[in-house]
Design a protein around this ligand. Structure first.
Ligand code: FES
Length: 138
């Protein structure tokens, strides 16, 4: 039995690209997180969907750009290792993406990080604003 909320099936995470979801952090901020494939166990890692250089989303809603196991920042092109989150090139050199703890079991990916609560698949809904006629009721 896995502790945590199921985020996705393993097969939902693309071989190249990323699977985007939104979680709430300990300060009740909504944070976007990406699931990416990685060669080392357990085969999938989760990173906060923001470049460490500037406030730039890595996955802008249609999957992060990836090449040879690295996530490519769309703004200045720094590349982050999908397994370690580390960057050794470009503007973000010397930094590491903040990670989010997940568990991969059977065919599922679970959010096991005590600092985050799973909210929804997809990104932060930031294009509506307070006056938007959201279909979400409270
Ligand atoms: S914003 Fe990502 S490398 Fe500059």
């Amino acid at each position: 039995m896995v502790e945590g909320t199921r985020i996705a099936s393993v097969e939902d995470v693309p071989e190249v690209g990323s699977y985007l979801f939104t979680a709430e952090d300990a300060f009740t901020n909504e944070r976007e997180v990406i699931l990416v494939r990685c060669e080392t166990e357990p085969g999938i890692e989760a990173w906060i969907n923001n470049c460490t250089h500037e406030n730039q989303r890595l996955d802008r809603g249609s999957g992060a750009a990836m090449r040879d196991g690295e996530i490519i920042c769309p703004k200045h092109g720094s590349m982050f290792d999908s397994c370690s989150g580390e960057c050794d090139n470009g503007e973000a050199a010397g930094t590491t993406l903040p990670g989010v703890e997940i568990a991969v079991e059977d065919d599922g990916v679970f959010l096991s990080d005590d600092n985050y609560t799973f909210l929804r698949v997809g990104g932060v809904e930031d294009d509506g604003g307070p006056d938007s006629t959201s279909h979400i009721g409270f």
